[in-house]
Design a protein around this ligand. Sequence first.
Ligand SMILES: Cc1ncc(COP(=O)(O)O)c(C=O)c1O
Length: 378
Amino acid sequence: MAAGPTAPIPIMRPHLPPLEPFTAIVAELFETRRLSNFAKYTRLLEERAAVVLDHPSPSSVSSCDVGLTLAWRALECPPGEVIVPSFTFCSTVNALRWNGLEPVFADVDPQTYCLDPDDVQRRITTRTVGIAAVHVFGLPAPIAPLEGLAREHGLKLVFDAAHGLGGRYQGKALGGFGDASVFSLSGTKLVTGGEGALATFRDPAVAERFTYLRAYGFKADYNCRYIGLNGKLSELNAALGWLSLDLLESALARRQDQVQRYRQALVDCPDVSWQAVPAGCIHGYKDLAVRFRTPEQRAAVEAALTAGGIMTKRYFLPVHRMDAYRDWARTRLPVTDQLSERLLCIPLYHDLAEDGIEAIAGIIRTSLKRTAARHWAA
Ligand SMILES: Cc1ncc(COP(=O)(O)O)c(C=O)c1O
């Protein structure tokens, strides 16, 4: 039997910059008392993000969840239906409901786990006003076909790019696609500000509206021009995010190396498969999901890893299966259901050591062998 790790292994650990430059900034902020309201570090974060996201002027916001909600608001989408994957985190869909938009769930591609453009096309009606797509686990969604559909049918296209930092599509970072994209800087992402997000828009007028909406709806004069929210990012979060964006390239390279190690270690397991990465895409690997041939194999591996002190997660729980969305689950989503019964996210973070990866892969391999032996004995 493969030896387990000696200490518990979490599913993720934030990757942080050196402490010293951050403490110097904290000292400066204690001196200047400029803790919020789009001061020095919010500006620096936005400037650095422009380079990292291939977009001239990203806007900071307090979280991806709030950013998505306000992005749809800024687009001034008419009432109607928005086609959206169920295989996502609830924020993608909650953002629609906060704007009174009606989610129409579409299925995902069985190889990439991202929104399936053919299924989107089948669900477009005269009531459709938009498409919400997700860069699942950091893999770019099928951007060109979705942009084609949006153009052809006059629909708004918003990318939930919560996992999108580090991903690239046809040579470009993901900030310049669709009508809007929102990238998370929460503590579970490749690089983090603790909390926070960055939003990008195609139309500068929409971007300008967003900058009102994220600050209650007004600028300086207390006169609400739009009905906004407090979506401001604090200077402390902005400073940490600014320092952390410098780590993105090395964080991405490290994760790609770790993913290759996992795949190599499990190359002889025919019951294990991986999210496909289409030509022209760079996967950001915010998460790494192992896909098992059967739900029973997933349950067995999950139990074995838990017993070995290794954290995993069943991710995503499809939104159409959540209590708040049962009434919106109007058609079958076979690929989404299949994936949600077979995927297991395993630990992936910057300082996960090689022997940790070997130990995790060893437990997966041993557990699969045991499950197969029980199956044949039955
Ligand atoms: C796909 C997706 N969208 C949105 C969010 C929300 O991001 P945040 O925590 O920055 O609000 C998450 C959170 O991880 C997510 O996974």
